[in-house]
Design a protein around this ligand. Sequence first.
Ligand code: ADP
Length: 265
Amino acid sequence: MTTEPDTARRTGAYRAHGNEPALFEHAFHRGAPVMLTGPTGCGKTRFVEHMAATLRRPLVTVSCHDDLTSSDLVGRFMVTGGDVVWTDGPLTRAVKAGAICYLDEVVEARHDSLAVLHSLTDHRRTLYLDRAGEIVTAPDTFMLVCSYNPAYRGSLKELKPSFRQRFVTLAMTYLPPAAEAETVATETGVPLAVAQRLVRCANAVRAADRAFHFEPPSTRVLVTAAHLIVSGATEFEAAEACVLAPLSTDGAITDGLREIAAAAL
Ligand code: ADP
């Protein structure tokens, strides 16, 4: 598990896909938790960082994984200097601080670890710290945000429908090509024409993905490729190393994709 400092970080700009910033704000003001869905690297984290800054709330991020326990979220007793003291976990700290708590890839966590969220995600907006004997009611400014990638084919995990229905769900995807290219150019300083070629290449591979069934190249990999190009790599080198090579370990598939990508560059 990783957590970030309890302050809204300065981040780069966020380019909205549609009405998701307004919907997020409505949810925030109504005390409703939000679930962000969409492929990896499509901007979910950047969006949450942007909204935390917009709403002037601290952001606490937890990267979920299958060993995550409810104690990792709410806290545990720890021995410090011979004393046994209760130490709040990131979720408890976020509730007490009225922060936005972002559980990234929540589908990775075990269902029983998430049970602690139930009382936080309904009208009670309350965290029950059974072991510490404490009940913490969330202030109006606390918000729970989760994300997951429902199409991730390497994972057999799914969230329970009853859990999903506790959230306002904002479905995200890649930006339209012109906006994605502008984002890659703005993020990296690469000329717009180069960013447009990278996006064309990614979209050609994304279209092929419907037949090949792998996790398609994300905006994140295009940003990384553009950074390499700014550093002096050629477009082919950057596309190969950042866009194509991570997709598949099957040489025949990569060869096929290389042809598709080369035609777009
Ligand atoms: P996710 O959380 O969905 O895996 P991120 O938010 O980490 O994806 O996005 C990866 C990178 O892609 C960001 O660091 C940013 O450079 C870029 N990016 C993706 N979408 C956007 C967007 N809508 N606006 C600005 N940058 C974006």
